[in-house]
Design a protein around this ligand. Structure first.
Ligand code: 7XF
Length: 402
């Protein structure tokens, strides 16, 4: 499909069409249907003057592989389009994306507001990591915008949160928090890893930057690590020029960029299937007498229901729950699973189960977990793409024998 398809249409092409075709014309690469992997670390300049102009940015051109590669550039163009963002930057992991963003936007003396419930290493970076450099992070309950509004009376640089949040899947109102931040002259950064742009586009609700661990659904096959930051062009440009170029060097490899591009082609299909199975499993768990609580965005109640309806178009592939009998019975249940794999990470074709308190959130101290509301009995299930009935069978059998 030629680039003219995108240029000539008045309406934007659909999500899946853009995920498969945007920004690539096979005619420009000998008719190759699949975009090539530019396996190169550096680029030859025709003249010294041309090289100098590329470095100065007065002429567009590739210079050196740490900051940009054509395979990476195509990935960035597609993700920006899918998120409805002005620009995107791909990096070597989700943590590379988050740290490059922090090192670029923050300086000593700055203050950051963050939700209490974050992926363990994001929490460790914002609390213990930034503290070493004289930056203070305050952790609030972002499900209560009044609490954020009160904290916003003192200047802060950005508001940072995940929605749905890792690991308990609670939802945060992106538009409400963005409005508070904007009024205070602060940015809003949303980690959209769990929803993906198929289900939620934070930029549309006022976020300035969107973070992804592309290791998860964007890659989708459990075979790579990658990260993304998308959003305002001026910010993304600075994060590439500073946070990536000389503060982290967290470059995505050309092969990894290619694999994420391959993952994007089936992103919408996969997410809708993950969500279909996850909804069935969440419904099943909610009916079991030995299951004390189930959290699934698609089943959100009360105020969270409104947030869900305003900003998401599906519940996604994760389910978190607690079973009666505490962590001991939880361990027996997890060890009894035959099809479901005991593993951290999420968003893969394989269904994965893990125990946040001892795994993904072990960097929160026991006291911090208690204070922030991360229960020691919580179990997080990333529902994969296996046949739904097989997953239900495995879970039912393990629950019975626990
Ligand atoms: O550096 P990574 O690609 O692993 O991404 C970090 C990251 C950032 N944001 C969110 C919401 C995440 O969940 C992650 C990684 N989480 C995995 C998990 O929760 O299973 C990591 C396994 S320890």
């Amino acid at each position: 499909m030629s680039k003219d398809f995108f240029r000539n249409r008045n309406a934007e092409a659909g999500f899946a069409t853009r995920a498969i075709h945007l920004g690539y014309d096979p005619a420009s690469e000998n008719g190759a249907l699949t975009p090539p992997i530019y396996q190169t670390s550096t680029y030859a300049f025709e003249t010294v003057e041309q090289g100098a102009a590329y470095f100065a940015g007065t002429q567009p051109g590739y210079v050196y592989g740490r900051t940009r590669n054509p395979t990476q550039a195509l990935l960035e163009e597609r993700i920006a389009s899918l998120e409805g963002a002005e620009a995107a930057l791909a990096l070597s992991s989700g943590m590379a994306a988050i740290s490059a963003t922090c090192w670029t936007l923050l300086k000593a003396g700055d203050r950051v507001l963050a939700d209490k419930i974050l992926y363990g290493n994001s929490y460790a970076l914002l609390s213990r990591g930034l503290e070493k450099f004289g930056i203070n992070a305050e952790f609030l309950d972002f499900t209560n915008p009044q609490e954020v509004e009160r904290a916003a009376e003192t200047p802060f640089r950005f508001a940072y949160f995940e929605t749905p949040a890792n690991p308990n899947l609670r939802l945060i109102d992106i538009a409400a928090i963005s409005a508070i931040a904007r009024k205070s002259g602060a940015f809003t950064i949303v980690d959209n890893t769990f929803a993906t742009p198929v289900l939620q586009r934070p930029v549309r609700h006022g976020a300035d930057l969107v973070i992804h661990s592309a290791t998860k659904y964007l890659g989708g096959h459990g075979d790579l690590l990658a990260g993304v930051v998308a959003g305002r062009e001026d910010l993304v440009k600075d994060i590439r020029a500073q946070g990536l170029r000389y503060m982290t060097g967290g470059t995505i490899s050309p092969l990894t960029a290619f694999l994420v591009l391959r993952g994007l082609k089936t992103l919408e299909l996969r997410i809708l299937q993950h969500a279909k199975s996850a909804e069935a499993i969440a419904g099943f768990l909610a009916e079991q007498p030995g299951v004390s609580s189930v959290s699934y965005p698609g089943l959100a109640q009360g105020a969270a229901r409104g947030v869900y309806e305003r900003q998401m178009r599906g519940g996604g592939g994760l389910v978190s729950f607690e079973i009666d009998g505490g962590i001991e019975r939880g361990r027996r249940f997890m060890n009894g699973l035959k099809l479901v794999s005991r593993a951290v990470s999420l968003g893969d074709a394989e269904t994965l189960i893990q125990h946040p308190a001892s795994m993904t959130h072990a960097l929160y101290s026991a006291e911090e977990r208690a204070r922030h509301g991360i229960s020691d009995g919580l179990i997080r299930l990333s529902v994969g793409l296996e046949t739904t009935e097989d997953l239900l069978d495995d879970i039912a059998t393990a629950l019975r024998s626990a």
